[in-house]
Design a protein around this ligand. Structure first.
Ligand SMILES: [Zn+2]
Length: 227
């Protein structure tokens, strides 16, 4: 995809976060990898008034070009792209339920098998550090080890994807899981799945994630025929 198209996709993704109810105002940010660096939403600009030239291009040294300043959270975007070659896009948001749990400093445990969608047996909550700082980025990368999403204590969440559509879908999924966990906690202590049960789920997810597996479904029977 061309850089011009990716700039439009960033704005579309940011607007979509707000219509999906996982972000309010200007608190979240979105980025996508390009050759030699990444494109990221600018700081302090409402998504509704954002034009493609407002999207900021950065290299992996943290140098930016363009008329706008990058999101204050550019450091963890940069550090994820530098450390995780498989990541092509990042969504960061202060979605209500994920942020509620993050304010309690709670990991989301394996209360539901879909936790595996984030790559492991839990979704970790990174310790608190001031927004925009290197310590916050360091904590985030640690919490994201072997995962595609994490919470940030007293702050929000991060979701990673191969493309923007994947990162956004994962952010929606994580917010949904955070809501379900929060709801379950209102009436009791949720039953957690065992490590062995989660190993089974993770193995199934890994299989479904393979391109040849998707190809078989596409060429063979219809997905809805599967039980
Ligand atoms: Zn934030």
């Amino acid at each position: 995809m061309s850089e011009a198209k990716l700039r439009h996709e960033i704005i579309a993704t940011a607007l979509r976060m707000n219509t999906l109810g996982i972000n309010r105002g200007k608190s979240g940010n979105v980025s996508v990898r390009v050759d030699g660096g990444f494109l990221i939403t600018p700081t302090g600009l409402a998504y509704e008034s954002m034009q493609s030239e407002d999207v900021v291009a950065m290299d992996l040294d943290g140098e930016s070009r363009g008329s706008r300043l990058p999101s204050s959270e550019w450091r963890f975007h940069r550090d994820v792209y530098a450390a995780r070659p498989e990541v092509g896009a990042i969504v960061h948001t202060h979605s209500p339920f994920a942020t509620t749990l993050a304010c309690l400093g709670r990991d989301i445990p394996a209360f539901h098998y879909m936790i595996a969608v984030a790559g492991g047996k839990n979704i970790r909550c990174a310790p608190y550090a001031t927004f925009g700082t290197q310590p916050l980025s360091d904590h985030a990368l640690h919490a994201l080890a072997g995962r595609k999403a994490c919470l940030l204590a007293n702050h929000g969440m991060i979701a990673l994807g191969v493309a923007l559509v994947d990162a956004l879908a994962l952010a929606v999924e994580v917010e949904g899981l955070a809501e379900q966990y929060w709801r379950a906690l209102q009436i009791g202590e949720p039953n957690l799945l065992t490590d062995a049960e989660m190993d089974v789920v993770l193995a199934k997810f890994a299989k479904y994630g393979q391109p040849q597996s998707r190809g078989r479904v596409a060429r063979g029977r219809k997905p809805e025929a599967k039980r």
